[in-house]
Structure formats: C-alpha cells, structure tokens
Design a protein around this ligand. Structure first.
Ligand code: PLP
Length: 396
C-alpha cells in the first residue's frame, strides 16, 4: 500500500517537532525548559471561561453554521471597527478552527498549481508548507536584520512576476517580532495598488502583543482593501490556543470560497468556543493588555540576557513573544563531541546539553538564526539563559 505523494511535498512543523523532542527528554526525567512553543503561558481570562461554561449549560452542543454564528461574526465586525477602524459585514467574516485553518482555507481558495506566493523571510513555518500543499510555489524574499527583517516597497516590486498570485506576511511577525509601521505598510500598499490581481494575506494574530503602540493593518488602505484577507484569531491575545478559534475578514467572494472549503473539511467551528468568542472580543480587554505588559517586561529582561551571550546578534522585537538571534558565530565550533554545522545542530546541542528547547531558524527560512520564546516565567527564562551560556562556552 502506498500513501499519497502529497505527504512528501511538505514538512511537519519544526516547532511541534522540537516540543515533541523536549517532551520525550522530559519523560526520561530530564528537566527541560521549553522555549520552543508559541503559546502564552497564561490562563484564559475568567470572564471568557465563564461564558464557555454557560454555553455548555445552555446546550450549545449542535452543529454550527459553516461560517460561524451570525452574532459571533457581528462581534468580529465590532472588534475590527473598534481596534482597526475597518468596516466589514458578517458576510465578509468566516470563523474557523484556528488561524491555521483560516490560512489553509484562504491559500486553498486563492492559489492554483504553479502560482507564486511571495513570503518575506523569516516567516511562520506553516506558510510555505500550506502553499506547497495547494500546489503553489513559495517565493521567499530575504530581508536584513538591519531593516528589522522587513521588506520595502521597492523590494516587493522587484519580486512580483506575472505568476504572482498572493503576498503572505505577519505583522507583528513570528518569529522576528518585527512590526510594520503605517508608512512601511503604505509603501507596500502603493505597490499592490498597481497589481489588483494580487491577494494580500495579512496574518495579524499577534495584533495585541505589540510593544510600539497602535497596531496597523494593511487593510486600512482603501485602494487595496478588496485585495486584503485579514487572518486573526483568539489564540495569542486572549491565551486561548486550545479553544481553536480563527477568523478571516475578506471580500465576499473569498469568504464564500473559504466557506465552501470548510463545509467539506470541518464544518462550523466548535459551538462552545464560538459563544466564548463574543465575550473575548467585545468584553473586558484588560486581561489582554495586562498580558502584553508582562510580555514587554520579559522582553526587556531577555534583551539583556541575549546581549550577555557571546556572538549572538539580535534585532529587538517590537511585538509577539520571541527573540530571533543570529547565531552563526557558533557554526564550525565543537565541544569535542558535538560539531555545530548549522542552526539545526545548535538547537539539538542546546536541547541535549543545556536542556533548553528552541527552534531552528531554517524552519522560518532564515538558517543563521534560532527562535527562543519568552512565553515562559522569568524564573525559567533566567535559568534557561544561564544554561545556554554555559553550554555555548564549551564550544571552541
Ligand atoms: N499565525 C502565526 C504567525 C502563528 O504564530 C500562529 C500560531 O503559532 C498561527 C497563525 C496559528 O494560530 P491558531 O492557534 O489560531 O491556529
């Protein structure tokens, strides 16, 4: 029996692979500190949990409409107006089982065999793989640490070909933490205005974890709004990764396409989660702001800790909860047993010797970096960097 050729066309997420290796080591009794995972270490805010409990008691146990309950999609519209000053109607919104499914929906709804999808690197691990699943061609645009891993309008323009179908990016970015300003987005929007055939997938899942002020969405530019597909969800800003709620805001044709796909894949997302979504999006936002303040406090300390690691170079993250240092200083070094040839080797070395799990930059299209999360307690973070420094000191 032979499995499909599709399975060999894409990789499993490196983030989940590292978490699995960490768990295996932990099962053997090793005290592993996990800096590999991308989820807030906070509990879901109380008022949201109460809403979920009430939904269970109110018997929200049936199939839901494929794009989501109308009042939940209305709540998404209220959020988009309140936070982003964007006008959308419920028919523009499709709820799904996480931003990951929303991304899968929109990529399958827009990308044909051989279409090019421009993705600035570093990028979230899943982007390139979803494009491959759809039969598209990921076109990776490299960026520089000097420009905080962001692309300019001129760089974008130079990458566009007659085959370009989609541009896909996140701001705030996982893994670099870079955040595009109004002016930077405007320079990209001016280029897209000349290419109305290109879709822009704007992944804004880290919207609330922003240390430089107001979140800017590329959908605010009227000339290109119809081209933009906003992807967002509750996982990061509301500490609700396990609830699985993502959504898109897009033109009606895209929304209908996503609804059609989702109708065959999963149907409407979890009823209980949807009821809690209203309270998350239009209820008290204080816990979200508090979590962001805590991430910022940790970021400040992590910046100091990284600066004490010999050879690591870093662009300060303006959002999300990761640092993404350049670590190539250690390539070619050895502790006598382990030789570090690349970022993959360094991550394995840190896991096996320092007992700290991190993720290789190769998975994010930037092979001279590694990603370390600060979604962990400051106590664990301090201990992790102490161990990392000790392990790296052995490499000559
Ligand atoms: N987009 C980015 C940039 C992410 O980092 C993640 C999760 O790590 C997702 C999307 C997926 O989020 P969700 O939990 O809503 O599927």
């Amino acid at each position: 029996m032979k499995l499909s050729s599709l399975l060999s066309r894409f990789s499993e997420p490196e983030t989940l692979k590292m978490a699995k290796l960490g768990r295996e080591l932990r099962a053997k009794g090793v005290d592993v500190i996990d800096l590999s995972l991308g989820e807030p270490d906070f509990d879901t805010p109380k008022h949201i949990k109460e809403a979920a409990k009430k939904a269970v008691d109110d018997n929200y146990s049936h199939y839901t409409p494929v794009p989501g309950y109308l009042d939940v999609r209305e709540a998404v519209c209220v959020k988009l107006k309140r936070d982003n000053n964007l006008e959308y109607k419920p028919e523009n919104i499709v709820l799904s089982t996480g931003a990951k499914q929303s991304l899968a929906n929109v990529i399958l709804a827009t990308v044909d065999q051989g279409d090019e999808v421009i993705i600035p690197a570093p990028f979230w691990v899943t982007y390139s793989e979803l494009v491959k699943i759809a039969g598209g061609v990921p076109v990776i645009l490299t960026t520089t640490m000097e420009n905080k891993y962001k692309i300019t309008g001129a760089e974008l323009e130079a990458a566009i070909t007659p085959k370009t179908k989609v541009f896909l990016f996140s701001s705030p970015c996982n893994p670099s933490g870079s955040v595009y300003s109004y002016d930077e987005l405007k320079s990209l929007a001016d280029v897209f205005a000349k290419h109305p055939e290109i879709f822009i997938i704007s992944d804004e899942i880290y919207e609330y974890i922003n240390f430089v002020g107001k979140h800017e969405s590329i959908a605010q530019f009227d000339a290109i709004k119809d081209q933009v597909i906003i992807v967002n969800g509750l996982s990061k800003g509301y500490a609700m990764t396990g609830y699985r709620l993502g959504y898109i805001a897009a033109n009606v044709d895209v929304a209908k396409g996503c609804e059609k796909l989702q109708g065959q894949f999963t149907s409407g997302t979890n009823a209980v989660t949807q009821r809690a979504t209203i309270d998350a999006l239009v209820g008290d936002q204080t816990p979200t702001h508090e979590m962001t303040k805590e991430f910022e406090r940790r970021k400040k300390r992590v910046m100091e800790l990284v600066s004490e690691v010999p050879g690591w170079k870093l662009a300060e993250p303006d959002g999300a909860f990761y640092v993404f240092p350049q670590v190539s200083y250690y390539f070619g070094k050895s502790d006598g047993t382990n030789v570090i040839n690349d970022a993959d080797d360094l991550c394995m070395y840190l896991l096996n010797v320092a007992h700290v799990s991190t993720v290789t930059g190769r998975a994010f299209g930037t092979p001279d970096c590694i990603r370390l999360s600060f979604a962990n307690s400051l106590e664990k973070i301090e201990e992790a960097y102490k161990r990392i420094k000790e392990a790296l000191a052995k490499l000559k």
